[in-house]
Design a protein around this ligand. Structure first.
Ligand code: GLN
Length: 304
């Protein structure tokens, strides 16, 4: 498949869409980013890379990090996690508090903020240790040792993170948080503030396209059953309350973040990452969603 021609064509076609929508201004450190940026990277299980646009520009991966922490939690405690977090789409925005109260502090799924906070609690072994573990994991997956936290963004999230703080405390009040809310939030804010580029991001999702084995290192990151589960969760919960629209338009398991990144997986074939900071009203990249829709249309490689 000539992925380079396909993404070149997509690049030209999405130009009028780039900058449509709004950057995530509820995190002040994300507010000033140039919204007219776009990047797309495809990495195949066979080891080929295709890029277009600003694929070496770092951005804040935000909620995409929830896939990395969930992978670590699945390795650590496997199915026991599901006693504390659900596996259904929420139908509400990623930072909604409403359902959490009705459902006794058990978040609907691991990809809304409440669920990710519980996942971070499940892998907590001390602030520094857990942050280092997450960073080491992402560096290994991407093969890029320079990936690190953007401390300015982490601090901005901490200062303006009242909603996440309310969520963590509500979960704690239902006894579904083992550690102190502020300690867990420190992990959560930092994982969201990991900065990496679009090519690194595609590379670091390749294990999910390859039955849990990272084809670059041959390392088994997740066993194949867990890998299936992770992809199913991304398909049903990875784009919050726009997950139906994304499945309809793109037809791949994917995960988005309010930094404007979206990454998706074609099982047994490739991982594809896009980045464009302006978001639609659901908090997903506007041009990024469009680019992925065109990708599965031109490459005819949706899972459906
Ligand atoms: N750090 C962001 C938050 O907590 C993550 C949200 C997202 O990317 N959807 O609100």
């Amino acid at each position: 498949m000539d992925y380079q021609s396909i993404i070149n064509k997509i690049y030209n076609e999405v130009q009028p869409e780039v900058g449509k929508g709004r950057v995530a201004d509820y995190i002040p450190a994300l507010r000033n980013i140039d919204d007219h940026q776009f990047a797309m990277a495809v990495v195949t299980v066979a080891g080929k890379e295709f890029t277009v646009g600003k694929t070496d520009e770092n951005f804040s991966i935000q909620s995409i990090s929830k896939v990395f922490t969930l992978t670590l939690a699945m390795k650590d405690i496997g199915n026991k996690l599901w006693e504390r977090v659900g596996r259904e789409p929420s139908g509400t925005s990623f930072n909604s508090l409403v359902q959490l109260e009705y459902e006794n502090g058990i978040p609907r799924n691991p990809f809304i903020n409440a669920g990710a906070i519980v996942v971070s609690d499940a892998i907590f072994e001390g602030r520094g240790k857990t942050k280092n573990r997450i960073l080491k994991f992402v560096r290994e997956l991407s093969g890029n040792n320079t990936i690190t936290f953007d401390e300015e963004i982490a601090e901005s999230e901490r200062i303006y993170g009242n909603r996440n703080r309310a969520m963590a405390n509500l979960i704690k009040s239902f006894d579904n948080l083992t550690n102190q809310a502020d300690d867990v939030l420190d992990i959560y804010f930092h994982q969201c503030a990991i900065a990496m580029n679009t090519l690194d991001l595609a590379k670091s999702f390749l294990y999910l396209a390859n039955s849990g084995i990272d084809p670059k290192s041959g390392q088994q990151i997740l066993d194949s059953r867990m890998c299936k589960k992770m992809n199913s969760l991304m398909l049903t919960c990875g784009l919050y309350d726009a997950v139906g629209d994304f499945a309809y338009r793109v037809g791949l398991p994917g995960k988005s973040g309010v930094g404007g990144g979206i990454v998706a997986v074609v099982p047994n074939e490739l991982a594809v990452a896009v980045w464009s900071p302006a978001l639609n009203k659901y908090g997903n990249s506007y041009a990024g969603t469009k680019a992925l829709e065109l990708f599965t249309t031109y490459a005819n490689n949706s899972i459906f």
